[in-house]
Design a protein around this ligand. Structure first.
Ligand SMILES: [Mn+2]
Length: 351
């Protein structure tokens, strides 16, 4: 894959100068394996950043206020489509004079945010290839002239976490051909370990995983963490239980190939369950929900891509919450399940 198809032609020297600059620097990254891995890769080459995991692109007033109060000189968003919140970003820029920003993302873009003080990188600006953020970061660092090959395993873990194995087969192949240590197969386990640290411990788990990878010189340093291994076992047990229950209690709409399922668990495993069950039912549109306070957390999958579930989630959550994501994988947070379900039917009928 050509570099300009992945990152476009950004002003590399300018980005490097900003990131190397002094002052207060903040790195906001998505709280998942791809977010952790793209942040880790970045921190192998740039230091002095305060790190902050976030679950999604929503910039509520409290978060906006806290960012303004911190008055960062440099602010980076990784793997988070904050262009969806472009009004808030503009407000932030108005309130923090001289701030330099970088947004590196791979979700369907809503707005091109590039300007004098902001670099916005997204492979979707240059084609429709699905390329996880850690692979985009890998390419950016490579284009900067860094010796990034020895950290390729980190990019592959992020790629696996975001399920990019098929879409980024070229990257997997390149890794295999380099005969690097560890072999690709081992990295599936690493991705799972990072994901479960976040499932079980949220922001703390993401931070632990991030620090561990940043400190690791090789893959073994990450693999040998007893704490992460223990967390992984706990999550694995719960996931197995729910996957078994899914097969027993799922609600199927055969003619439309839709599968609905409600998760009842204390753990935040909606997305993992959706991914695993989508593997088993690649032809289906999988819509999994879990009650979370006054809201429903919803994960959608359609592995064969017959229906664009990113678009579906956005359509069905209009006015009752927020939703969106990728073509084959998306999510939503809404306050009315029945409305969401009705609109999902409507969307699928039209498709
Ligand atoms: Mn991602």
């Amino acid at each position: 894959m050509r570099a300009d198809k992945i990152i476009g032609k950004p002003d590399i020297a300018r980005i490097k100068a900003w990131m190397d600059g002094s002052g207060r620097k903040i790195l906001v990254y998505h709280r998942d394996a791809d977010g952790v891995c793209s942040a880790s890769l970045f921190l192998k080459f740039f230091s002095g950043f305060e790190t902050l995991p976030r679950e999604g692109p929503v910039i509520d007033n409290d978060f906006l206020k806290s960012l303004i109060e911190k008055r960062p000189d440099v602010l980076v968003f990784l793997d988070i489509p904050v262009d969806q919140e472009w009004k808030k970003i503009h407000k932030l820029q108005e309130n923090v004079a001289g701030m330099k920003m970088m947004i590196l993302d791979h979700h369907i873009p809503v707005k091109d945010m590039n300007c004098e003080t902001l670099v916005h990188i997204n492979p979707m600006f240059h084609g429709d290839a699905y390329i996880p953020a850690s692979c985009v970061m890998f390419q950016l660092l490579k284009s900067m002239g860094f010796e990034v090959d020895r950290w390729m395993w980190i990019a592959i873990i992020g790629l696996i976490g975001d399920y990019g194995m098929k879409d980024c087969a070229w990257m997997m192949k390149e890794y295999d051909e380099k005969k690097m240590d560890p072999p690709c197969e081992s990295l599936f386990r690493a991705s799972d370990i990072i994901s479960s640290s976040i499932t079980l411990k949220g922001a703390e788990g993401a931070g632990k995983s991030l620090n561990l990878i940043v400190r690791s010189q090789k893959y073994d340093d990450l693999r040998s963490s007893e704490e992460l291994k223990r967390w992984n076992e706990i999550v694995q047990g719960e996931v197995k239980k729910i996957v078994d229950d899914f097969e027993k209690n799922k609600e199927t709409v055969p003619d439309k190939k839709i599968i609905f399922y409600e998760i009842r668990s204390k753990m935040n495993i909606t997305s993992i369950i959706a991914t695993i069950t989508a593997e088993k039912h690649p032809e289906a549109i999988i819509i999994i929900r879990k009650k979370s306070g006054d809201f429903w957390k919803i994960s959608l999958r359609c592995q064969e891509g017959k229906v664009n579930v990113g678009d579906l989630a956005k359509f069905a959550s209009d006015g009752i919450g927020s939703g969106g994501g990728h073509v084959k994988s998306s999510g939503a947070l809404v306050n009315n399940w029945e409305t969401f379900k009705e609109r999902a039917f409507l969307y699928i009928e039209k498709a």
